[in-house]
Design a protein around this ligand. Structure first.
Ligand code: UTP
Length: 475
């Protein structure tokens, strides 16, 4: 038996054992290259839990967790930028010294498909800054570079890709010479994949020789870090804290000394940033304390009575929105994934339109209605697995959060650019510049501040304020 035939035999047995024999239906008519492609797809699938998953999450809808007792999650209020407390000072100092000692790494999850945005290429390559059109990846690279210069120590940046965008992401960094970072400190690793299922539990084929696979969710980052040797290489570099953020938020503070410092001082294993919700039903995850543990309950799962609940003073009772900005302790991720085969976050089920092959005719179907079940794991489901209380830090939405999710409307490139200009104008106000405003209060001109010039408003205080009488780029 040649090597291909041996691999086929292994896969045939696995598919049969998992009730997925149809995946090899077109094998006899495939060319050698197509057979190799199909085997490579099948080898990425973890077949062991598939049958159980089909029963629990595909053919049936998993029941919502029923918590006996849901309370608002406690959080550290947003520090007053003009009068920081002693605790804030001490935590920020601690964060800077951890950065100086090389104990902190950045982690960007960039494996998503960005279907809502519809940009051709990895989302991190999207030109986003209002004047220079810097891509998201460049904005993060420059923040990391600016932090390296300040602490005098290299900082490792881990970027989780997916099998579908890994090559393009690496090529983009090569083409741009890692935006000034030492390429040896930028580490790419692909996440795992999950097949799409027909409602009857059969895995869908994208083509007769390709399985319909998609990335397994940002929660897949934990297992991917373990399986791809990232945790081991973090340990070898003395990295203890992982500053986690999503690729689609150009306002994110990639390495926030205050957040890292508080996380370390409190002995938290997984910390999170939150902002007050903009309305009761805002489509965000809510931080709650459920049966004594911090968790995130998605807006769609938060009962209306809780979403509208009020405190005695009239304020919103469940008011903490999840920004998907976390610090994770490396030791925590190691503990969770020590037995990688046994570890798993819960799967979230979504009904989607997935083009696929009709198993009878071999013709491709472009569905008009959702025809498939996709399963994804979410990072916030690691929160209840911590053994120490989780820190939640309140922050200012206008300073740190404006994601690019959609092509138009809310959370689009347009709103993110607007929010970048607004923030830049506020920072220049703090620095004493005269920023002209239009009648509606918006800055009269586009303004962009390079992360290499300032990581916060405070960084601008030390320099003479620029004159703003047209589009302004602060370098
Ligand atoms: P989203 O949930 O917004 O998904 O991801 P998405 O894939 O980017 O966009 P849509 O839903 O298809 O329009 C939030 C963050 O998590 C990352 C994304 O890259 C983004 O930074 N992510 C998501 C992954 O890294 N892997 C995944 O499997 C899913």
């Amino acid at each position: 038996m040649d090597n291909r035939q041996q691999r086929f035999e292994v896969m045939r047995q696995r598919c049969e054992a998992a009730g997925q024999r149809h995946l090899l239906r077109f094998w006899p008519g495939l060319s050698d290259d197509e057979r190799d492609a199909l085997l490579a797809d099948l080898e990425q699938i973890d077949f062991v839990p598939i049958q159980r998953l089909v029963e629990t999450c595909v053919r049936n809808i998993p029941p919502h967790a029923d918590f006996q007792c849901i309370e608002p999650a406690p959080f550290v209020p947003r520090p007053d930028p003009d009068h920081p407390s002693d605790e804030t000072h001490a935590a920020r100092d601690e964060g800077w010294s951890l950065l100086r000692a090389g104990r902190v790494a950045a982690l960007t999850v960039a494996g998503g498909q960005g279907t809502r945005l519809g940009f051709a290429g990895p989302k991190g390559c999207l030109p986003v800054s209002p004047i220079r059109r810097k891509p998201l990846f460049q904005l993060f690279a420059e923040q990391i570079l600016a932090t390296e210069r300040r602490v005098g120590h290299p900082i490792r940046w881990y970027i989780m890709t997916s099998p579908g965008n890994d090559d393009a992401t690496r090529a983009f960094f090569r083409e741009h010479r890692a935006f000034g970072l030492d390429p040896g400190n930028v580490v790419f690793f692909p996440q795992g994949v999950m097949p799409a299922f027909a409602p009857d539990g059969r895995i869908l084929l994208d083509q007769p020789h390709r399985v319909a696979l998609s990335p397994d969710g940002h929660g897949g980052s934990l297992l991917a870090m373990a399986r791809r040797g990232v945790l081991a290489e973090m340990a070898a570099h003395g990295i203890e804290y992982i500053s986690y953020f999503q690729v689609d938020n150009p306002l994110v503070r990639c390495l926030d000394p205050l957040f890292v410092g508080l996380h370390a001082q409190r002995g938290s294993e997984m910390s999170s940033k939150m902002v007050p919700k903009s309305d009761d039903l805002e489509r965000v995850g809510n931080f709650v304390l459920a049966d004594g543990h911090v968790r995130v309950i998605e807006y769609s799962d938060l009962p209306d009575s809780l979403a509208h609940a009020r405190n005695p003073d009239g304020s919103r009772r469940f008011d903490a929105a999840n920004l998907a900005i976390h610090v994770l302790s490396r030791g925590f991720v190691e503990r969770l994934t020590r037995d990688a085969e046994a570890f798993g976050l819960p799967w979230h089920r979504a009904e989607k339109k997935v083009p696929c092959i009709d198993l009878g005719t071999g013709q491709r179907i472009e569905p008009a209605e959702p025809n498939a079940i996709k399963l994804e794991a979410f990072i916030f489901d690691a929160l209840p697995l911590t053994q120490t209380p989780s820190l939640i830090l309140e922050t200012d939405r206008t300073e740190e959060f404006s994601p690019v999710k959609n092509a138009t409307g809310v959370d689009s490139l347009e709103t993110a650019q607007r929010d970048m200009v607004r923030r830049a104008a506020r920072w220049l106000d703090v620095a004493g510049a005269r920023v002209p405003r239009r009648a509606d209060g918006e800055p009269a001109h586009p303004i962009e501040i390079s992360p290499l010039a300032a990581l916060s408003a405070d960084d601008l205080r030390a320099r003479p304020p620029p004159t703003v009488n047209g589009p302004t780029y602060v370098e």
